[in-house]
Design a protein around this ligand. Structure first.
Ligand code: FES
Ligand SMILES: [Fe+2]
Length: 374
């Protein structure tokens, strides 16, 4: 199967339903629910000061706007008056105004002005500007933040975790990061399955021909965030292994950080040396975007510390090139496993323990109410 012919439409979800039914988990690979997490909507450049735009994340329509002074806000997109999409409106100062009848809302979602009442109240002194009951009108607002050259919206009124950094940069609070956005990719399955691939230890030998016996440790100190550290000896019994040892040393270490069931960071080679020199690690980020079909999309980024000067910029480009090549190689090898898959969580064996732990932890994540009918 090649990438062009690999199905990404989710149709296999309706196959073999009586003989091989879906194993439904509370959260993991469950395309009926959405976790509380950060979801990417657009690049920073796509929303300038004074602009607004609406996006659909899972089953929720959200308007994101940047005020004239540069503050970012995200609200439910349908106007509380008659329901027009606020993304068709305009930003005036620090407010967003609906196109249809020009009701205006603050960044927190409060109704602050009704255009026709404003004119009347100027004429009828003593009237409240909005009128009886309308002072209470409010639409829901959501946390929105800017990171990796992108805007990210949280799928609940309050974020239960900050948008994270790759685990290796966590202690460098002031370390500025550069990011290269690659593209929005159609995955071959739900993004939880693609995320789990990073800690599916059996498949490194079977799919990627990397027979490394990884030891792993899992940290779950921050709610909603799970960190895997994996380390193993590179084998010497094949050419790929011997070449890898020469390039990066005898052992290989990598980290996987899962955040809110939506973001996955992988840091490849966090402790590698070539001829005594420490090699830079390669960081890849996937921002999952679940779809109703059960097959998710993901926005893919490469991340590296910000470097100054011509030499620094050259180094950054070299790191991006290496990360991109690695990404392409792994994807080409994984592509034969995922399309047409009925992911089964009922027959995990002891060699699948790392994968099983991720499924268990993901099932404990908090759920967003986006897309659910109360
Ligand atoms: S629908 Fe928005 S102001 Fe009327
Ligand atoms: Fe893989």
């Amino acid at each position: 199967m090649n990438l062009r012919t690999a199905p990404r439409d989710g149709k296999s979800r309706s196959l073999n339903l009586s003989s091989q039914p879906h194993v439904i988990q509370r959260v993991f690979n469950n395309h009926e629910v959405l976790t509380k997490g950060w979801y990417p909507v657009c690049t920073s450049r796509e929303l300038k000061a004074g602009e607004c735009r609406s996006y659909t994340i899972f089953k929720q329509r959200i308007v994101v706007f940047r005020t004239q002074s540069g503050n970012l806000h995200a609200l439910d997109a349908f106007c509380p008056h008659l329901g027009a999409d606020l993304g068709n409106g305009r930003v005036i100062g620090e407010k967003i105004q609906c196109y249809f009848h020009q009701w205006s809302y603050s960044g927190e979602g409060h109704l602050v002005e009704i255009a026709c009442r404003k004119k009347q109240s100027a004429a009828e002194a003593g009237e409240t500007p909005l009128g009886q009951g309308l002072d209470q009108v409010k639409t829901r607002s959501y946390p929105v933040t800017e990171a990796y050259g992108h805007l990210w919206v949280f799928s609940a009124s309050e974020a239960n975790h900050k948008l994270p950094k790759p685990v290796t940069f966590e202690h460098y609070q002031h370390h500025e990061l550069d990011a290269l956005y690659i593209k929005e990719a159609n995955l071959f399955a739900h993004h939880h399955i693609m995320m789990a691939n990073g800690v599916d230890l059996q498949h490194f030998a079977s799919v990627h021909n990397l027979d490394i016996a990884f030891d792993y440790q899992i940290k779950t100190d921050t709610p909603g965030i799970f960190d895997w550290t994996l380390r193993g000896e590179i084998p010497t019994d094949n050419l790929k292994g011997r070449l890898a040892r020469w390039l990066v040393g005898n052992e290989f270490e990598y980290h996987v950080r899962f955040a809110g069931g939506s973001m996955t960071f992988i840091t490849y080679g966090s402790d590698q040396r070539f001829m005594g020199f420490k090699l830079p690690s390669l960081q890849i980020l996937w921002g999952g975007l679940p779809q109703e079909s059960g097959v998710s999309k993901a926005r893919i980024f490469l991340i590296t510390p910000k470097r100054k000067g011509l030499l620094g910029k050259l180094q950054t480009q070299l790191i991006y090139f290496s990360a991109f090549a690695l990404l392409a190689m792994l994807r080409d090898e994984d592509v034969n496993a995922f399309p047409h898959m009925r992911f089964n969580t009922h027959r995990l064996i002891k060699e699948d323990a790392s994968l099983g732990r991720l499924i268990q932890l993901t099932n404990q994540l908090e759920l967003s109410d986006w897309g659910t009918v109360p």
